[in-house]
Design a binder for this molecule. Structure first.
Ligand SMILES: C[S@@+](CC[C@H](N)C(=O)[O-])C[C@H]1O[C@@H](n2cnc3c(N)ncnc32)[C@H](O)[C@@H]1O
Length: 200
């Protein structure tokens, strides 16, 4: 299946997570998915509901996970949660897909976290991610939201260094209006990334 443009310009982004609202999202039904730094698991609840996905939310904030479980229960959705630090966590088994949205670790922790993300996937598995990109450092234009320091912004160059080039299916730097909850609301320079783990 082609995943060249899961975020085409004609998509109508909605609150539940623009990354995953894309109707071309290249994920089959009923596969296991994990969301690192899930917050309240908005993306996973969307996937579980719309795609019948078996999902696990990971975040080190137990409070967010509790809220996610409440939301899942209220919607009659099955959601597993794991309280863990993305810098050290190892899943018990690899996943078919991993979603990461707006996890902004410090530079010294990122190489290891990228390695863990690669390891968390089955061969052929897909990492889908969105971050504030390094262009977001322009506070003249993007003052309202984003990480507290530009050191936490992610560059395309860094992703190319840490993910074998052949697996990169999308690496897009763009600007958009985030409307994904109170701390993710406003104009943003983002980096969107899809990487498929090689089969061999
Ligand atoms: C900006 S929120 C994004 C939440 C969610 N991914 C979303 O897009 O709505 C960042 C999340 O990352 C989590 N987080 C930050 N550092 C983490 C770490 N080292 N391990 C696990 N979770 C972390 C926070 O608890 C928070 O839920």
């Amino acid at each position: 299946m082609s995943v060249r443009s899961p975020w085409g310009p004609t998509l109508a982004f909605r609150r539940a997570g623009a990354l995953l609202e894309a109707n071309a999202l290249p994920i089959q039904n009923s596969q296991s998915k994990i969301d690192d730094e899930a917050g309240e698991a908005r993306n996973l609840l969307f996937l579980a509901r719309e795609r019948d996905a078996d999902v696990t939310a990971v975040d080190f904030a137990e409070e967010g996970l509790r809220a996610a479980r409440r939301r899942a229960e209220a919607a009659g959705i099955s959601l597993k949660t794991t309280a863990a630090d993305a810098r050290t966590w190892r899943p018990g088994r690899p996943f078919d897909a991993v979603l990461v949205t707006f996890l902004h670790l410090l530079p010294e922790a990122r190489a290891e976290s990228y390695r863990r993300l690669r390891d968390a996937l089955v061969p052929g598995g897909l990492l889908l991610a969105e971050w504030f990109g390094d262009a977001h450092a322009d506070k003249g234009r993007f003052a309202e939201i984003g990480p507290p320091t530009p050191k936490r912004l992610i560059s395309a160059h860094e992703l190319r260094e840490h993910f074998p080039q052949g697996g990169i299916e999308v690496l897009e730097e763009t600007e958009r209006d985030l409307d994904e909850g109170p701390i993710l609301k406003g104009r943003a320079a983002v980096l969107r990334f899809a990487w498929r783990k090689p089969i061999s």
